[in-house]
Design a protein around this ligand. Structure first.
Ligand code: 5AD
Ligand code: SF4
Length: 482
């Protein structure tokens, strides 16, 4: 396992492909879909569910009875790809017993592995990249007529703005809403610009409409999703990099991320709003003021830093130094007192010395994140780092440094949670606690999981007040207040 975290949400690359199962009908045919990777990928599976739902597919939670099996894949680290390959081999075994079953690969692995999976290993019938899901019904028809089908073309415009996702999540309280696709930042370690293409933003009105629709269906929290949400820019459609070529009128009426946040916050004032992921170099104070001004925008920012060393940040092409990051952190605390922060950290990037590692630990001591996602560096094909930098930190050193970083984060998470003891928190109930049907679980505005005994009068989707009495490093424990 090379992905760890000590906070609220556990993402383990060996388990995270928890089946997202669709139940739509296609002339009596049954579809099964599993998703791996980030929240964007899970949101994409909901788009796929909608597109295939319109084409009449019926769901199954049972792989054995599926006519079409789709695997929505992730390329972010080698481990994620290995997990997907294992699953594909398992699917193939099922197909051996039922050759009429078709298998498709969607998402970030599609472009790179298409030839291998389709032609060499013959593991799949269908390969579809993240911008080609509208083509799925045609491609499935091709497959049904006995051909292999592939579409991995990346688009300049596609945002699936008009597709109303079929919600596949485990609760009917929180949902993801995509606002941008792709990424232009070109961090040297990252495969995303290659797998998901250049950055483009979605029409803000369709985002507001989707959030309103969710509210009317009982949802009480949305997370606006993008690889780099702070970079959101709507000027009538098209790639972000082409903004300068747009007409003066289009540029003058452009909608930036802070504008979008305010639009959504005002349109659905009783809906909690979160967003992910923020990029320090693109985060501006107007976003911080929007969070401070609107009570329904949550006091929580996921702000990956990746390293505490300015030298490593430079080779990562992160666009900011350690000092600039500290400056942003102090502006956050000034503008939004009580704002929780989480991070992503890469351990053992090429050239990382013991001194750089100490810089990472001291940056963590300075910020004291509420929680974090910590990863060993994994070289990804085509990236600048793979082409130009030697993966020269030995694995045992990566492992030791990762353990130190995880332990440090565990301590900070515990201290942050202990500081809430005695406070009364507003919690949105999401459902039963994992450990007991006698307890509810939900989150406070800071995105920390809160668990408390049921009283019998409340339901998922309710906002309640909970007095915090105890905690672990991952969870706050309390009792309901009247
Ligand atoms: N190796 C390890 N971790 C990576 N991430 C992205 N690319 C890599 C890589 N090549 C991590 C970053 C990012 C998170 C989604 O995954 O921390 O923020
Ligand atoms: Fe994985 Fe990145 Fe693709 Fe998300 S965008 S599925 S994290 S490779």
């Amino acid at each position: 396992m090379n992905q760890y975290h000590t906070g609220n949400k556990i993402i383990d690359e060996t388990k995270q492909g928890e089946a997202l199962v669709l139940e739509q009908m296609h002339g009596g045919k049954k579809l099964y879909i599993e998703s791996y990777g980030c929240q964007m990928n899970f949101a994409d599976s909901e788009v796929v569910a909608s597109i295939l739902g319109e084409n009449g597919f019926q769901t199954t939670r049972n792989l054995e009875e599926a006519d079409l099996v789709l695997l929505n894949t992730c390329s972010i680290r080698d481990k994620a790809e290995q997990t997907v390959r294992k699953r594909l081999k398992a699917f193939h075994q099922v197909k051996n017993a039922r050759p009429e079953m078709k298998i498709g690969v969607l998402g970030c692995m599609a472009e790179r592995v298409k030839d291998k999976l389709l032609d060499e290993e013959k593991l799949v019938d269908l390969v579809v990249g993240p911008d080609a899901y509208r083509d799925l019904p045609n491609l499935i028809e091709e497959v049904e007529s006995g051909q292999k089908a592939v579409n991995v073309i990346l688009s300049k415009e596609e945002t699936y703005a008009d597709v109303n996702p079929v919600r596949l999540g485990h609760n009917k309280v929180t949902a993801f809403v995509s606002i941008t696709r792709g990424c232009d930042n070109m961090c040297t370690f990252c495969v995303v610009p290659f797998t998901r293409g250049r950055e483009r933003s979605r029409d803000p009105q369709t985002i507001v409409d989707e959030c309103l629709g969710l509210y009317n269906n009982g949802y009480r929290e949305v997370t606006l999703l993008g690889q780099n949400v702070d970079s959101y820019l709507w000027y009538g459609g098209g790639l972000k990099k082409d903004f300068d070529k747009a007409s003066e009128v289009a540029r003058a009426s452009a909608v930036y991320f802070a504008d979008l946040l305010k639009m959504v916050a005002e349109a659905v004032p009783n809906m909690r709003i979160r967003f992910s992921t923020s990029n320090p170099q693109d985060m501006h104070d107007d976003v911080l003021y929007a969070i401070a001004d609107y009570p329904n925008i949550c006091n929580y920012i996921h702000l990956p830093v990746q390293s505490g060393s300015s030298k490593i940040l430079k080779t990562m092409n992160r666009g900011h130094t350690r000092e600039e990051y500290f400056d942003l952190i102090s502006r956050i605390h000034k503008i939004i007192p009580d704002c929780a922060l989480s991070h992503d950290m890469i351990i053992g990037f090429p050239g990382e010395t013991e001194e750089d590692h100490q810089d990472t630990l001291s940056l963590m001591d300075h910020v004291k994140y509420n929680y974090g996602f910590m990863f060993k560096y994994s070289e990804r094909p085509n990236t600048f780092a793979a082409r130009k930098l030697e993966d020269n930190v030995p694995d045992e050193i990566k492992t030791r440094r990762l353990t130190e970083v995880i332990n440090k984060q565990g301590g900070h998470s515990l201290v942050r949670n202990q500081s809430r003891i005695g406070m009364v928190e507003e919690v949105l109930i999401e459902g039963n606690s994992k450990r007991s049907d006698e307890h509810w679980s939900g989150r406070n505005t800071q995105n920390t999981m809160v668990v408390f005994p049921k009283s019998g009068d409340e339901n998922p989707g309710d906002f309640v007040r909970v007095k915090i009495e105890d905690c672990t490093s991952a969870t706050l424990l309390g009792t309901l207040q009247s």
